[in-house]
Every structure is written in structure tokens, then in C-alpha cells.
Design a protein around this ligand. Structure first.
Ligand code: FAD
Ligand code: NAP
Length: 525
């Protein structure tokens, strides 16, 4: 490791090691220099200008709304977003909120990570504004969005095709995870480790046929899409419509068509506020038709009343240095049961089940927002990626190998059971055997009575982990935002107390300071 402090600098050996590592990290990340002479990461200065305390994907929506309660309308809209800044909606959380608040964006259903909860909260906030004094004056319009280069945004996708889809979990495991290989063909798409691939999924074709049959339609009827394109109803339902989340317009249409008075009453209530939908057994669009059997609109009106399909993002799991014309994905197939019905996730079921080999899919590269390998090939890298969180780290390891990076690599991986869902086991073990993966700590949560998670493994290895950090290591976390990411953050704080001798307040700041130095990067969803 490069040494920045002279041997006679007034620090203990551990402090000097830490500071050298910290400065090395700063230089590697090409960020602002640390406070000279500080033995630990320079404490973050008070935020300049506006801060966004709710902009943390590990916070629950109620907490985020509380933190934004005294802010402007646009900022409260922002707090309702998924807080990932993943770009899937075509904006960042702040700019999507500003576009809605300013009236430039009417679609409240674009935030897939935020899902129903975000869509509902946005609707509620807009309804409150409509009642309030600001109703007549929406804030100044959002700046127009810049044109997107082909292949690099949701509105400019390029075709790719499915090369293969193989199981990463054993057949019959509680969850199915697949390794999906997409052929990028002549698109010349370029991506970096850490980037995600956006895909425009198609709906389950069986569900589409069922909807057409329930509406006693043929499916060949011509329907007009919001952009003016005329396509068949089957095509519109297959590719353009959101069949997971019933829209207010759908409830309003069904209310106007319902022959049964009780149906009409319940549907008009749902059109105003769909909070009771789940209690009525209505989880998706098909449920709405099944529950309200007296409401059968024409297929054209039905299609026009549905929300729009949204793209889904998947971390790219390979390095383009090794696979120049492919993008590999690690897809967990979302399947769950409710109301005696089996449901599938749209994007994950499309990639893992409905897309046939050789068939085309529209894709785009979604550039990572601060999730990048260090430029310094000698820097050490610690990766924490349970479940599908492993995906970008397979790309990192391939990239570091191809680039001949000398820095050491340490992986924390976890999943439910070693025998069922140790994703990429053979490849990871080979990386370890070849000395490219210097350390791998595994947490299989359900292989024993007491849950063991990646953060428990981090705490067990606290001394060594602290030593790596003191030597300038970069720490990356990928996977579940709701539970894992916060717990890993808290484990890091505990390690700072235990191994770094920090008090609670300094330890709380420690991950933030490390992040500011570009050495703690998270891609959580
Ligand atoms: C930057 C980024 C990277 C990502 N990388 C990956 C990756 O590498 N691999 C991966 O698999 N995923 C990844 N995801 C998640 C992925 O984008 C999708 O969100 C995921 O596949 C689910 O989408 P879907 O279309 O299958 O499900 P959807 O059709 O979107 O359905 C999801 C919705 O179903 C509902 N739901 C889910 N479970 C239940 C339940 N038990 N009961 C009731 N309702 C439920 C919820 O409303 C939820 O919002 C990533 C996301 C982001 C933002
Ligand atoms: N939008 C969606 O609907 C959707 C669909 C797929 C994935 N995702 C997101 O992607 C994440 C990754 O999904 P995945 O299927 O790969 O795996 P996952 O659900 O994150 O599970 C991976 C491992 O993490 C463990 N785990 C659970 N809670 C944890 C915690 N607090 N700290 C650390 N580890 C914990 C799990 O253990 P146990 O299960 O035994 O507790 C399991 O062993 C999901 O959690 C979810 O947030 C979302």
C-alpha cells in the first residue's frame, strides 16, 4: 500500500495504517481530501445548502414522510419515492418528484422500487394539495429531460435476445434464482461493473388470454396507445399495460359499467381510495375483473384505463472484458400466493419463465449511481452481497481478474441453505482456489435453528475487517434494502466501536464519512 504519512508522524501504528488507507482511498476515488492529521475518516462537515435526510432506502415510508414533513410539496413527494436513485423511472427521486409537482409528469406509477406504497402516497399528497391553498398554483415546471442516447435509458431501449437461462438453485428449492444470459447482438452497448440492465418485460401470456376471454373479446381488436400507436388489444395487454396494480381509472371504468348496484358502489369507493382493495381480495387487474363480475367494459376502454408497464432493473453479473457481447443477470423469480391464487412478479417471471431462447427483449444500460470499483487496482475490496446481491460482485471479480488487479478481494455471501441456493458456488470456489478471492465468509440463514446473516459474519471477523479498512479497503453492499442494508450498516458501526475505539456518535458518523470518501458504496433495492 502507498504510504502518505512519514514514520515519525505522531500516530500509533494502527492510526497511521488507517490514515494512509484513508488517504489512499480518497485519492483512488478522486474525491475531496480528508482533514490532514485525522486518525479516522474526516467527520462530514455540516451539509451545505439543502439536505435530504429521508433519502435513505433503508428507512420506512412513514419515517421518510416524518423527516420531510416541514419541507416543500416537491420534497414531500420526493420522500415518497423508493430513494434508490436507480434511474428506472427515467429520473432521480428528486427530479421525478419535481416533475410531478411541477405538472410535467402525470404518471404516478413509475417508481417500481417504491411500488404500490409510493404510488399511493403520491396520490394522497396530490389529493391533499388539491384541497389546499396551493391547489391553483403548481410549483414551477421541472426542467425538460435531456435526450437519451440509444441503449442508455428507459425511453431508448435496444433489442437483445435470450441466449440461455439456467437454474442457480436446486430444483424444488423454496426460491428459484436463475442465471440469465442475454445476447446484446449488434447494439454496441457498453457497461461497467456496477451498472444494471433495464428490461421492458412482457406480461404472462396466459394471464393476457384469460383477461381477453373474461371480456369476451377476440384480442385482435385495434386499440390506441397513449403515444398514438395503434396495436392489437392482445399486444397492448402483453407489453404496454400494468396488470399488477389496478389504476383508479380502471375502478372508475368498472364502476361505470357495473350492472350490479353493490358492485357499482364498491367500485366507486375504490376509484376514490383503493385502501380497501386488498381486503376485498383485489390484488391485481385480473382480481378486479374476477371480483366484480357485473362489470364488463369493452376491451378498448379496458386497455385505455390500465396503468402503463414500467421497466425493471437487474444488476449486470458479468464483466464486459470477459463477455463482450453479453449481459448476465441473476434473477430471483418472484412467486407468492394470496387469496388462493398464485401470483408472479412481472419482470422476474418474464426473464425466468416466459422469455424463450432466441426471442427478443428491449433493454437499456442503467448507469450505476456511485457503485464503482476503485480505479486503483492495488486497492482492497470487501463485498457484502447476500441473495441476488451477489450479482454485481461476480462482475467485480471477473473485472478484477481480467484487469490483473493486485488488490485483495473479500466476499460475504449469504442465502437460505448451502445445498439449495449457494449461488455461483463452483465459480466462487474456483475464484477462491485460484487466490483471486482471498477470503469468502458464508452465512446460510436456515441451515441451523438460529438465523445467521452476513452481518453476523462481519462481526465475527471484525478485527480483520477493521484491518482491511485501515489499509484503505473499499466496502460494497448489494441486495435487500429494507432489512439487510440497515443491519449491515449497524454492524459496521459496532465494528468501529469495538475495533476502532470510537464512541457511539463517532461510530454513527463513520459509515457516512467512509461513503463520502467513496469507500462505502451501496446498491440496494
Ligand atoms: C438497481 C436495482 C438492481 C436490481 N437487481 C436485481 C437483481 O440482480 N436480481 C433480482 O432478482 N432483482 C433485482 N432487482 C429487483 C428487480 O428490479 C425487480 O424489482 C424484481 O425482479 C421484482 O420485480 P417483478 O417485476 O418480478 O415483480 P413485480 O411485478 O414488480 O411485483 C412486485 C410487487 O409484488 C408485490 N409483492 C411481492 N411479494 C409479495 C407478497 N409476498 N405478497 C403480496 N405482494 C407481494 C409487491 O407489491 C411488489 O412491489 C433490482 C432492482 C434495482 C432497483
Ligand atoms: N420487488 C420485489 O418484490 C423483489 C423481488 C425479488 C427481490 N427483491 C429484493 O431483493 C432482495 C434480494 O432478494 P433475494 O431473493 O436475493 O434474497 P433475500 O430475500 O435478500 O435473502 C437472502 C438472504 O438474506 C437473509 N436475510 C434476511 N434478512 C436479513 C437481514 N436483516 N440481514 C441480512 N440478511 C438477511 C435471508 O435469510 P432468511 O430469508 O432466512 O431470513 C437469506 O439468507 C429482497 O430481499 C428484496 O428486497 C424484491
Amino acid at each position: 500500500m502507498q504510504v502518505f504519512l512519514p514514520d515519525n508522524a505522531p500516530f500509533t501504528e494502527a492510526q497511521r495504517a488507517w490514515l494512509n488507507g484513508f488517504v489512499a482511498g480518497l485519492l483512488g476515488a478522486e474525491l475531496a481530501p480528508a482533514t490532514p492529521g485525522a486518525p479516522f475518516p474526516a467527520p462530514a462537515p455540516a451539509p451545505q445548502g439543502e439536505d435530504f435526510p429521508w433519502h435513505d432506502p433503508t428507512l420506512a415510508i412513514d419515517e421518510r414522510m416524518k423527516l420531510s414533513a416541514d419541507r416543500t410539496f416537491e420534497r414531500r413527494l420526493m420522500a415518497a419515492m423508493g430513494q434508490l436513485d436507480c434511474g428506472q423511472c427515467g429520473y432521480l427521486c428528486k427530479t421525478y418528484a419535481e416533475a410531478i409537482g411541477g405538472g410535467a409528469e402525470a404518471d404516478l406509477g413509475k417508481c417500481v422500487p417504491g411500488g404500490r406504497v409510493t404510488a399511493k402516497k403520491l396520490k394522497e399528497l396530490l389529493a391533499q394539495r388539491a384541497l389546499g391553498p396551493a391547489a391553483a398554483q403548481p410549483a414551477a415546471g421541472a426542467a425538460p429531460r435531456a435526450a437519451v442516447e440509444r441503449g442508455y435509458g428507459r425511453d431508448a431501449p435496444v433489442p437483445a435476445s435470450l441466449a440461455s437461462s439456467t437454474l442457480l438453485t436446486v430444483p424444488g428449492a423454496e426460491r428459484e434464482v436463475r442465471h440469465v444470459v442475454l445476447e446484446l447482438g449488434d447494439s454496441s452497448l457498453v457497461y461497467e461493473p456496477g451498472d444494471s440492465l433495464g428490461i421492458w418485460p412482457h406480461n404472462n401470456p396466459d394471464e393476457v388470454e384469460l383477461l381477453i376471454a373474461i371480456l369476451r373479446a377476440k384480442g385482435s381488436e385495434a386499440v390506441t396507445l397513449p403515444d398514438g400507436a395503434v396495436v392489437s388489444a392482445r399486444e397492448a395487454l402483453g407489453r404496454e399495460c400494468n396488470l399488477r396494480m389496478p389504476s383508479d381509472s380502471l375502478y372508475a371504468l368498472l364502476a361505470s359499467e357495473a350492472k350490479d348496484e353493490a358492485d357499482r358502489f364498491r367500485l366507486s369507493k375504490l376509484a376514490e381510495d383503493d385502501a380497501q382493495a386488498e381486503a376485498l381480495g383485489v390484488h391485481d387487474v385480473l382480481d378486479a375483473l374476477l371480483e366484480f363480475s357485473s362489470a364488463r367494459p369493452s376491451i378498448g376502454e379496458f386497455v385505455a384505463a390500465l396503468g402503463r408497464m414500467q421497466p425493471r432493473l437487474y444488476s449486470i453479473a458479468c464483466s464486459q472484458k470477459r463477455h463482450p457481447r453479453e449481459a448476465h443477470l441473476t434473477v430471483s423469480a418472484l412467486r407468492y400466493e394470496k387469496n388462493d391464487r398464485a401470483y408472479q412478479g412481472t419482470g422476474s417471471a418474464f426473464l425466468s419463465e416466459h422469455l424463450r431462447p432466441g426471442r427478443s427483449v428491449s433493454v437499456f444500460v442503467q448507469r450505476a449511481h456511485g457503485f464503482r470499483l476503485p480505479a486503483d487496482l492495488a486497492a482492497q475490496v470487501i463485498m457484502v452481497g447476500p441473495g441476488t446481491g451477489i450479482a454485481p460482485f461476480r462482475a467485480f471479480l471477473q473485472e478484477r481478474t481480467a484487469a490483473g488487479a493486485a488488490g485483495r478481494n473479500w466476499l460475504f455471501f449469504g442465502n437460505r441453505r448451502r445445498d439449495a441456493d449457494f449461488l455461483y458456488r463452483a465459480e466462487l470456489e474456483e475464484f477462491a482456489q485460484k487466490g483471486l478471492l482471498n477470503r469468502m465468509d458464508l452465512a446460510f440463514s436456515r441451515d441451523q435453528t438460529k438465523k445467521v446473516y452476513v452481518q453476523h459474519k462481519m462481526l465475527e471477523a471484525a478485527q480483520e475487517l477493521w484491518r482491511w479498512l485501515a489499509n484503505g479497503a473499499y466496502l460494497y453492499v448489494c441486495g435487500d434494502a429494507a432489512r439487510m442494508a440497515g443491519d449491515v450498516d449497524r454492524a459496521l458501526q459496532q465494528i468501529a466501536i469495538r475495533e476502532g475505539g470510537m464512541d457511539a456518535a463517532a461510530a454513527k458518523r463513520f459509515p457516512q464519512d467512509l461513503a463520502r470518501a467513496g469507500r462505502y458504496q451501496r446498491d440496494v433495492y
